[in-house]
Design a protein around this ligand. Structure first.
Ligand SMILES: C[S@@+](CC[C@H](N)C(=O)[O-])C[C@H]1O[C@@H](n2cnc3c(N)ncnc32)[C@H](O)[C@@H]1O
Length: 312
């Protein structure tokens, strides 16, 4: 079973510039690679770590308890970040990190339905307490909605053809398993697509995972709420693995660090120039080093961006 190797871990820790007595939030606990490194550096602080995956929480609790006791694991979607922290009396934090997507063990647990390589019921829920799964999408979404998510979230050139065959096949019998879906994808795609590098089902599966877990919606909500949550000099560091995610993070970070109004325009009074609340720490995203690319296949499309709130 694949162990999860954290991506851009040292770079994330460096960016967070951790204070020994700080309050930190890891929105994506996973196998506690990042959380563990943060906890080691905050003997007098506190760490709050979010995840919705029960197995990730069970394994990580064990790991973190060996490092210290000054942490709290919150079983919740990080989109509810502010409310969950407020319930615990936390209104300001010194650093926050998100390492988006799925962890290697989630892919390897064949029965979760994340992998096109394993026979399983179509599922793909990170949070198994929720009812909505990839099975609902494949068997109930309209032709146009299927084609849209395959095109937008999967960036798959054959989105429409795949959606069309899904709709035709499910009229005969429900599409229940990953293998059934892979077979439909292979039959729907033209020969030239099947000859391309990479598994023909990869992008369709990625699109279904993003839609099942509303991954982009959760990211946008967290980005909106973190603005007030971050204390002066606090840092936000986010790793994304998909161009749509990276675009959302980049746009938000640029808008928070851009000075509104033109300081030099005679028509604008200096007091009307709105000062940006954050400083962008990564005008270009940080990507994995050649060394990391060699031993961690997940690092290939990873992009790390950071911003720091200005001091008071
Ligand atoms: C890539 S892994 C994080 C790995 C972690 N940084 C480490 O070093 O082990 C992502 C984790 O975040 C969780 N996750 C993804 N989206 C989430 C969300 N919106 N709310 C809470 N947890 C989420 C997944 O269940 C998974 O365990």
């Amino acid at each position: 079973m694949g162990k999860h190797i954290s991506v851009l871990l040292q770079e994330t820790i460096d960016l967070l510039d951790i204070k020994a007595d700080g309050i930190y939030v890891d929105c994506t606990l996973g196998r506690a690679g990042t959380s563990g490194e943060i906890l080691k550096r905050i003997p007098n602080g506190h760490l709050y770590s979010f995840d919705v995956d029960d197995e990730a929480i069970r394994e990580s609790s064990e790991k973190l308890s060996k490092i210290g006791s000054n942490y709290t694991i919150i079983r919740s979607n990080f989109r509810h970040l502010r409310k969950e922290l407020e319930n615990l009396g936390v209104t300001k934090v010194d650093g926050l990190t998100i390492d988006l997507g799925v962890s290697s063990p989630q892919f390897d647990e064949g029965d979760r339905g994340f992998s096109y390589k394993e026979e399983a019921r179509l599922d793909m829920r990170m949070d198994t307490s929720r009812a909505f799964s990839a099975h609902d999408i494949v068997n109930t979404y309209s032709l146009n909605d299927l084609a849209r998510i395959f095109r937008e979230y999967g960036e798959d050139q054959d989105a429409y053809q795949v959606a069309k065959l899904i709709v035709k096949e499910r009229a005969v019998a429900p599409i229940d398993t990953t293998t059934q879906l892979v077979d439909i994808i292979k039959r729907a795609k033209p020969k030239k697509s099947l000859l391309k590098k990479g598994h023909p089902a990869k992008q369709i599966f990625q699109a279904l995972r993003i839609e099942t877990n509303d991954e982009l919606g959760a990211l946008k909500e967290a980005l909106d709420t973190m603005v007030d949550l971050i204390a002066p000099n606090g840092v936000v560091a986010i790793i994304s693995f998909h161009s749509l995610e990276d675009r959302i993070v980049k746009k938000k970070f640029v808008s928070l660090s851009k000075i509104e109004g033109d300081r030099h325009s005679l028509a604008v009074r200096p007091e009307d120039v709105e000062v940006a609340p954050f400083i962008n720490l990564t005008s270009k995203p940080i990507e994995a080093s050649d060394e990391e690319l060699e031993f961690n296949h997940r690092s290939h499309c990873a992009k790390l961006r950071g911003i720091r709130k200005k001091g008071e």
